[in-house]
Design a protein around this ligand. Structure first.
Ligand code: HEC
Length: 148
């Protein structure tokens, strides 16, 4: 966005003026991005509150099975694929956000600021809804907790 805007403003005007107008624009975008702590964003969907305890190995194993069956078409843990690498995802997103993204991606990529940004980074490739149960989504979350 910023690039497009600044390119568009390159048309006329003298050089110094362009430089001056570019600085506040990019600062403004940075301020917007950092104004909200990503970990305080719970996303949009059925999950409003998740309480995490000790990592539950049985749930991790269940999550790994679901991941391999329903997510590896687009995700790898340590490398960007169609979607982002999921390594460390529990460090950068709240548990609720992760489960809502997993269960309700269509609405998330339309309305949630982080998901909108990820969609742009994936060149508009939308995450597919895999019709997961809440239990499957919770098991996936547990699996991701072991991938940091
Ligand atoms: C059709 C491909 C596709 C499938 C299948 C898919 N995803 Fe995604 N996922 C994406 C894309 C692409 C994004 C980035 C947002 C967008 O473009 O929609 C994403 C984003 C995510 C994110 C956010 C990552 C971050 O860095 O914040 C999580 C979490 C996620 N997916 C989990 C899953 C899980 C769990 C499954 C399996 C149930 C799954 N995805 C299945 C394509 C997919």
């Amino acid at each position: 966005m910023v690039l497009v805007l600044s390119l568009a403003s390159c048309g006329g005007g003298d050089k110094p003026k362009e430089d001056v107008s570019e600085v506040p624009a990019s600062k403004e975008v940075k301020a917007q991005e950092s104004s909200e702590d990503p970990m305080s964003n719970k996303g949009i969907g059925p999950i409003t509150s998740v309480t995490l305890g000790e990592i539950d190995p049985a749930l991790v194993a269940e999550g790994e099975v679901v991941f391999k069956a329903k997510c590896t078409a687009c995700h790898k843990i340590s490398k960007k694929f169609v979607g982002p690498a999921l390594k460390g995802v529990t460090q950068r997103r709240s548990p609720e956000w992760i489960m809502n993204m997993t269960m309700n991606p269509e609405e998330m990529i339309k309305k949630d600021p982080i998901a909108i940004q990820l969609l742009a980074e994936a060149n508009g490739a939308p995450m597919a809804n895999q019709n997961l149960t809440e239990e499957e989504a919770r098991a996936l979350l547990e699996y991701f907790r072991t991938k940091n």
